[in-house]
Design a protein around this ligand. Structure first.
Ligand SMILES: C[S@@+](CC[C@H](N)C(=O)[O-])C[C@H]1O[C@@H](n2cnc3c(N)ncnc32)[C@H](O)[C@@H]1O
Length: 325
């Protein structure tokens, strides 16, 4: 990430968090690019988009357009209104009798509450749903995921890669209960927005959009990608892969440089999670999660007296050395 990107990301995310505003809308092609990998999961299922403005949301549009193609049973989308009663929009059958089920068959019903995903009304819909798909507010990500897990729901949702380092989210990743989807091209999303200044450099700027780097998809639906080994090319040597000052693990700066032949513990960047296959690697912990990784001493990995940015601690399962943790 260069300094302009960091500035853009930080300013916009800080502002979104502070104002609890989060009004970024996902583009239809981005939804299509991700969801094409999940087609088989949707047949006969009830899909719920619970953080959407259905009249603007491309999630609603995507599922309405593809209702028959995916073989959906039902689509439910709730709208959120701060401190006001809201509504839900649903598609279930060929209401207008034109022989197709699509956007023209939507029906609107008022809600008695605000459409908050935590409200009793929305939880009742959640219980009926099989798969939740949306871009929830980044500021409520922890709580949002916790609710999906509590109600044992399948999901495909957008979040920021920094949330990988949230203790609760990391634990779910480490336990192979959630993982990263295919993601956005170049690791950055252009969201439709009306509120924020886009600090993206000229080449990356798109009118009416905001560029947020580090945005990705989180899911607990099976996808092929998660079982594909990362191709490794580099071989281990002590100069390129120094050990941390405060732990017996080597530092790897770039995921693509993970050595093919190192059978010990490695600290790899968080972006590694995009390439993680549980058959190839075991996740041992996150640098400063001492509970997860009891022998860890210190706040994070230090290299030559300097702290290193967050690292996921892994080992290659296909190499056999037993590691005593
Ligand atoms: C990042 S926007 C994404 C909108 C839409 N899902 C999309 O991607 O185009 C987050 C949406 O969540 C809604 N929202 C904010 N707080 C919410 C809450 N507590 N419950 C449900 N929706 C909420 C906002 O109104 C906003 O429409």
């Amino acid at each position: 990430m260069d300094s302009t990107e960091k500035k853009s990301l930080n300013k916009n995310l800080q502002k979104a968090n502070k104002e609890k505003n989060d009004e970024f809308y996902t583009q239809l092609p981005d939804i299509e690019r991700e969801l094409k990998h999940y087609k088989d999961h949707f047949k006969g299922k009830v899909v719920f988009c619970n953080c959407d403005d259905p009249e603007e949301s491309n999630f609603f549009r995507y599922f309405a357009l593809n209702f028959e193609f995916l073989g959906l049973k039902k689509l439910i989308t709730t709208h959120f209104e701060k401190e006001k009663n809201s509504y839900k929009l649903e598609i279930e059958e060929d209401l207008n009798g034109d022989g197709k089920i699509n956007d023209l068959d939507k029906f609107k019903t008022p809600l008695n509450q605000s459409g908050d995903f935590r409200s009793d009304e929305c939880i009742e819909i959640l219980e009926e749903a099989d798969i939740v798909v949306t871009n929830p507010p980044f500021s409520l990500f922890r709580e949002y995921v916790a609710q999906l897990i509590e109600y044992d729901k399948k999901f495909v949702i957008i979040g920021h890669q920094n949330s990988i380092t949230y203790k609760e989210i990391f634990k779910l990743i480490k336990d192979n209960k959630i993982w990263l989807g295919y993601g956005f091209s170049g690791g950055a999303a252009h969201f439709i927005n009306k509120y924020y200044v886009d600090y993206a450099t000229a080449g990356d700027h798109k009118e009416g959009m905001i560029r947020v780097s580090g945005v990705t998809w989180f899911t607990n639906l099976e996808i092929k990608k998660r079982h594909e080994d990362l191709k490794l090319y580099q071989t281990y040597n002590e100069i390129d892969y120094p050990k941390y000052d405060n732990y017996d693990a080597i530092n790897v700066d770039k995921t693509k440089d993970i050595p093919i032949d190192y059978d010990g513990v490695m600290g790899v960047p968080i972006t590694f999670m995009n390439k993680y296959s549980p058959e190839q690697f075991e996740i041992l912990g996150l640098d400063d999660h001492r509970l997860e990784y009891p022998n860890w001493r210190g706040r994070g990995p230090d290299l030559n007296g300097k702290p290193i940015y967050r690292r996921v601690i892994v080992k290659n399962k296909k190499l056999s050395r037993k590691i005593d943790l």
